[in-house]
Design a protein around this ligand. Sequence first.
Ligand SMILES: Cc1ncc(COP(=O)(O)O)c(C=O)c1O
Length: 402
Amino acid sequence: MTTTELLSSEQIIALAKKHLTANYTRYPVALVRGSNSWVWDAEGNRYLDFFPGWGCGILGHCPPRVVQAVQEQVATLIHVPNTWYTEPQTLLGQALGDRTDFGGLSFFCNSGTEANEAAIKLARLNGKSKNRYKIVTLTGSFHGRTMGSLTATAQPKYHVGVEPMLPGFNYAHFGDLESVAKAVDGETCAIMLEPIQGEGGVNLAPPGFLEGLRELCDKHGLLLILDEVQTGMGRTGKWYAYQHWNIKPDILTLAKALAGGVAMGALVARPEVAEKLKPGTHAATFGGNPLAARAALATIETIEQDGLLERAVQIGARFQTRFLGLKEKCPLIAGVRVKGAMIGVELSVEGAAVVQGCLEKGLLINCTHQTVLRLLPALTLSDEQIEDGCDIIADVLLNLKT
Ligand SMILES: Cc1ncc(COP(=O)(O)O)c(C=O)c1O
């Protein structure tokens, strides 16, 4: 079998079990088609998707302008190596840099973990002349699955079985400035964190924390690396989440929503910091290829032209109202955390049964950190879809057998 055939869900799942590694926990559903916030399985059942593409589908499934850009580009030039210049990559660098307020320079790769590997290397390259190489990262963080990003991920459960981890990472407590200050020593070159922790449970930094970290970095000559793989590209109502606070990072990492569902990652750094990335220091064969870059440009254009940063804020407010209302009636809800279209509902019980219950009623959601329902909806989600989906979540939660 070389091309896609019309198989049933049962056939696809049986073949997957035979031919794929078993490293993912998968639901027994085979998806075949998507449009905006809807997806369909092989039997034609339709699902409302509040978690499109694990945060990558910022415009939902198959957004028309991204589809058109990719269709045009795929017939023009798919990939050339970075020994040549291309217009899409260059224009994307300009678009990302212009949206930072520090004239950021871009390096492109293909995923979040790769963007963070680049950030770790760039921090070490900047610290080299002072013999500084250590990076402080925070409890509850998630930075990816390759060995550098995985070591940066200060959650021991992800390290089990693949130790020893890399040297040069010190862990401190998220939200606790004193703990971070204690973790910094004379060999530290950077502090790295997500401005809002995603996988860790949609954890917002307490007031003053990010500003305090910036001050700490300035005091000790450290770089501030913000992992915006999940929070970036409009997710929280600003192009980059750090723009909600009065701070600027030295290095920013992006992926997920960057190219509207096409695989792409990026590092964006202050020019004085980025200059250490000289020829030979770092590379990615597929990084910034014309196909992904055109998809990213179309994503940015759509967000801008359709006023979707403002829409992210409205979406967040509507979900917040619904979940705070539900919390009054449902003792299982312990907390609601929202920043734009990044939504976490903390439960007092494990959330897996809620995800399953929603799936059975045609709604796709996620649960992270065992007890936090996480929604990363498309910025194109309609009010009606929000209400319909929240009705399903309410129904499942209010009837949950605990
Ligand atoms: C904040 C953050 N950083 C990095 C990653 C890793 O991204 P990828 O899976 O594209 O390597 C993720 C993935 O969930 C993430 O949420």
